[in-house]
Ligand binder design. Sequence first.
Ligand code: HSE
Length: 434
Amino acid sequence: MKPVKVGLCGLGTVGAGTLNVLKRNAEEISRRAGRQIIIDMVSIRRPRTDIDLTGIRTTSDIMAIANDPEIDIVVELIGGYDTAHELVMQAIANGKHVVTANKALIAVHGNEIFAAAQEKNVMVAFEASVAGGIPIIKAIREGLTANTIQWLAGIINGTGNFILTEMREKGRDFADVLAEAQALGYAEADPTFDVEGIDAAHKLTILGSLAFGIPLQFEKTFTEGISKIAPEDVTYAEALGYTIKHLGVARRNEQGVELRVHPTLIPSKCLLASVNGVKNAVMVQGDAVGPTLYYGAGAGAEPTASAVVADIVDVARTLTSDPTNRVPHLAFQPDHLSDLPVLDVAAVETAYYLRMQVVEKPGVLAQITSIFSKAGISIEALLQKEHGVDNAPVILLTKRVREGVMNEAIAAIESLEDVMGPVTRLRVEQLDLG
Ligand code: HSE
């Protein structure tokens, strides 16, 4: 069969990894794909002597790849929203299939991109956009296709997980660990995307759409980062039997869909709590299969290249198949997407960890518990440690309650004269979200 010709746009960490993997495993890959896969053209911003580009056409104009008649599949690895968006739309307009690792692009422009691809009968594959080398998109879209998916929860930002792990295990400084993650090529060009949860929110938006068959709605995904986690919260959480992880949670209930990214206390004995370093993991609960767990490298050159190459092979296989029988981009047929609303976070129900500093005198705890009692919030555990001369920290775990109710209770607590400063609030999940 005729070889498939690929144009690679972007020769950074993942691009170089893709070249390496395709070269090293060329024979194995073509045995699987049923035809040879050739990198025919690569875009580079400056001459590269560090990578062997023998036999590959190079260009500094990425649009030349989208417009080249020889190219069957355009692989977009430049990242960002603007040029990548233009490139992908141009490739689709020219009838080319696209493979991308760009979660921001899919989360923000995916609905438009998939509609254009549908019109032109081309595929846009994006396995590498979520959880690096873990084939989570394939698992949800194909492996779990028999299930009604009830919820999923994942550690989907390697940099954030690396930072939290190093801080917890080695007491390292936040900025120092972040610099290492950048040097290792894990972090986004703008690392606030990692630490403020934007990168994870892009990925969760994609997973939520695949799980529930809803259009991509990044703007409705609740996002909170890890930059405000204090070392004492890590310690108190551990004392209570929990580990703090930065989770993306997508859950369906009677009212709609929850899409939320935030630091979360999870029981230290659960599997996700042991996912450390740059590793990612996603738990998916389906009604037929029950809980499932997918684990692996969430970032890095070759793990991400593993997903890119898998997509290239998938696209290569479909070149000779009937377009109407392809796996739909968002797992469900485009004319059967659901209009289930994405819920405001105030309607979401979780348990809570609260930390506050209070004046050390009789009756303060009673005032706090009275606020909870009036709001109908049950307390699960209470810690009071390291008393100062005239003040002390109070740490509380509550039972599940709607976020809107908790917001009001926190505001009432913060207005008490004997409560000093703001209340730190973290959400708690037992990962049996029902
Ligand atoms: N910055 C991302 C992460 C890269 O750390 O997970 C992979 O998407």
